[in-house]
Design a protein around this ligand. Sequence first.
Ligand SMILES: O=C(O)CCC(=O)C(=O)O
Ligand SMILES: [Fe+2]
Length: 233
Amino acid sequence: MALDDTLSNCLPDDLPEDLLPAFSRHEPFALLLSDLQAKGWSIQDDFFSAAFTDKLMAEVQAIQSENMLQAGVGRKQSHQLDLSARRDYIKWIDPINDTCKTFLDEMEALRIVLNRQLFLGLFDFEAHFARYEDGAFYEKHLDAFKGQSNRILSTVLYLNDDWRETDGGELIIYDEYDEEVELGRFLPKKGRLAVFLSECFPHEVNVAKRTRHSIAGWFRVNNTTAKELDPGQ
Ligand SMILES: O=C(O)CCC(=O)C(=O)O
Ligand SMILES: [Fe+2]
């Protein structure tokens, strides 16, 4: 089946035109696939429509910081605060309104297409909004420990208007075999999507010099033999 047919078969058919995800267009999605195959990570701009990215930004901006969790190391109940490692606030995304539901539906469509094209066996997707206030960062880490986690593919969608070099807050991705070697640094610009293999690529968030909003997410396998809880949240 041609790639475009596969894509259109996987998309919900009741999405208004301006909410169509960018991966319904051939180019960013095809580049994402070929990058993942060739190097295990990819950065794509304008992955979702600007109108939809704006809705997600309005959603996260409306959340009061008191209603977010100070992100720790360890997951949910086993959550332990380690403020030397990271300083962001998070809120897990549930389908509580149209915007959150559409985001989760579209990532679900992406999950199905990734499985068909790359045979990744991805089982589900979890994601949270993240807020880095002025001065916040996340030091170099892996999102999953080899063989001990369900997380396969990490995604980060950036929501910030007019982000400049001087605002800091870059995502830095390091080499899978030598974590001193930088592969690239990327500003958290509105509409940019970063995707990378969770077990392979150390990465960090440089100190942000203004409030920085994003959605971090993970496609996971259903691996009941994982011995340890996923790190990172
Ligand atoms: O926001 C980013 O650029 C990366 C966030 C991250 O690494 C994480 O939440 O695990
Ligand atoms: Fe991470």
